[in-house]
Design a protein. Structure first.
Length: 489
């Protein structure tokens, strides 16, 4: 079988990565601007209720992701990888841009939140098809011996999307007054996605279909019923379940703990200044980004399973000591929280309490932000950056090799369908629910470390299930399905 030239491989990676980056760009833009946008799309008079409705709309994107995985995964296995993620990119990018033009509640009334909800459903469905398409498309172009290395570049795109969104938001905010940004400037980050989508579509339209899918289709070997073959046949369903509980569930909670829960803990529990907390996590992510590639490449040498299971084990056993160290480093003295529930909205609010002269008092804000220069020279900041960076390393261990594993775990004719579902359940459900579960558990118990019990439990289950049942796939030659004799790679 023909092998893709190195130059073309990098074009394939670029074409796939840009679209996946837009997925995360959308995620961070929508979430980061929640407090600015939510009052604009819901009735006036209760900003808290508006924020809850807005975040619920945001959460819909997670809920429908597995359905998008099934819908677009089926198309990807029947029609083609390239065609499918062209469609998902167009839907996702178009919907993101549409938010930038959407009239507010003051203009069109209840139609505004209804349309916003519909847009989020479309985005969630598209997200469900995007990652699987990108991972499969790259993996089916690259040599077997270096699949972990090449697919790890797709894994970087989540962090890259965060940085692009931060740069765009900060640039727009600095270019206008706070009032102008709240009134109309918030639309600009959404509209900019038109440019990103246009560039990605231009690149992707020039690419050929995956060579493996071309071979399947020309040989009449495509599946007529990918969903049935993927989930109604026990042999493949078993692979799906093992991949979910033995890989992606643990990967999902480790990913969300090391980035989103760490930020929640710094801001909400430890009372670290919001801007300082954002910079803490952002710097840790930037420093950790190369390790996606390091562990992806290392998985080509020693195996995907060993690295992912070690990442889950280290995370599960280290979270409590790491978060205790964060509490000590922050210096806010927080020992517990007082939770209150809004009688109207049901929203939970937390008040961190510190022990002062033997009595519990509301904790004061720490690490105040008076400029990046002051922040970066503060020793407290560097202690917190280091502690978050360690968690990001766990993220890179479980996430760097997983795209290569998922591609190698399933047969080519139902690969897109099979891998997309466990990935999006593991990340969208197990991982996506982590911040909410963590908030509820901390509020119910008053224990500032209790929110970690959930990721510790899920990562532990994944370590046990994965260690016992997950098969090592680094020696899998995905072209071998179609060849009479094995290839030397």
């Amino acid at each position: 079988m023909r092998q893709t030239a190195t130059t073309s491989i990098w074009q394939v990676i670029a074409a796939s990565a840009v679209g996946t980056m837009i997925e995360w760009y959308d995620f961070y833009i929508f979430g980061s601007l929640a407090t600015v946008i939510s009052p604009l799309f819901y009735p006036k008079g209760n900003d808290t209720l508006a924020l809850i409705f807005y975040l619920s709309t945001f959460a819909v994107g997670f809920v429908v992701r597995p359905f998008g995985a099934l819908f677009f995964g089926r198309i990807g296995d029947m029609v083609g990888r390239k065609y499918t993620f062209l469609v998902t990119l167009s839907i996702m990018g178009g919907a993101t841009a549409l938010i930038g033009f959407l009239p507010t509640y003051a203009t069109i009334g209840l139609a505004a939140p209804a349309i916003l909800l519909a847009i989020r459903v479309l985005q969630g469905l598209a997200l469900g098809g995007e990652y699987g398409g990108a991972a499969v498309y790259v993996a089916e172009h690259v040599p077997d011996r270096s699949r972990g290395f090449y697919t790890s570049f797709i894994q970087i795109t989540a962090t890259l999307g965060l940085f692009v969104s931060l740069v765009v938001i900060l640039a727009v905010q600095n270019a206008m007054s706070k009032e102008a940004f709240s009134a109309w400037g918030w639309r600009i980050p959404f509209v900019i996605s038109i440019v990103l989508v246009g560039i990605s579509l231009y690149i992707r339209l020039r690419m050929e279909e995956s060579p493996i899918f071309q071979h399947i289709k020309s040989g009449g070997m495509t599946s007529a019923a990918p969903l049935k073959e993927a989930f109604a046949k026990w042999e493949n369903l078993k692979r799906v379940l093992i991949s979910l509980f033995g890989a992606t569930a643990g990967q999902g909670v480790v990913w969300y703990t090391g980035q989103f829960y760490a930020l929640f803990y710094l801001q909400t529990i430890l009372r670290v200044n919001g801007t300082s907390a954002n910079y803490t996590v952002a710097i840790a992510l930037l420093a950790g980004m190369p390790f996606f590639i390091v562990f992806g490449a290392l998985s080509d040498r020693i195996g995907r399973k060993k690295i992912m299971m070690l990442g889950c084990l280290l995370a599960a056993s280290s979270y409590i000591p790491l978060y205790r160290a964060m509490q000590a480093a922050a210096g806010s003295g927080v020992v517990t929280v007082l939770s209150q529930r809004n009688a109207v909205t049901g929203a939970i609010s937390l008040t961190p309490l510190a022990l002062v002269n033997g009595t519990l008092q509301p904790a004061s804000e720490v690490l105040p932000y008076a400029g990046f220069g002051g922040f970066i020279t503060d020793p407290i900041a560097w202690k917190l950056i280091l502690l978050v960076f360690i968690q990001v390393i766990f993220v890179t261990m479980v996430y760097g090799p997983i795209a290569a594993y998922l591609v190698e775990a399933f047969p080519a004719k139902i690969r897109y369908t099979s891998l997309s579902l466990p990935y999006h359940i593991g990340n969208g459900v197990f991982g996506g629910l982590l911040p909410l579960i963590g908030l509820i558990v901390v509020a119910q118990t008053g224990n500032i470390y209790a929110g970690l019990y959930y990721p510790i439990a899920v990562a532990s289950v994944t370590f046990v299930v994965g260690s016992l049942l997950l098969r090592e796939t680094r020696h899998v030659l995905i072209w071998q399905e179609f060849e009479e004799r094995p290839r030397n790679t």
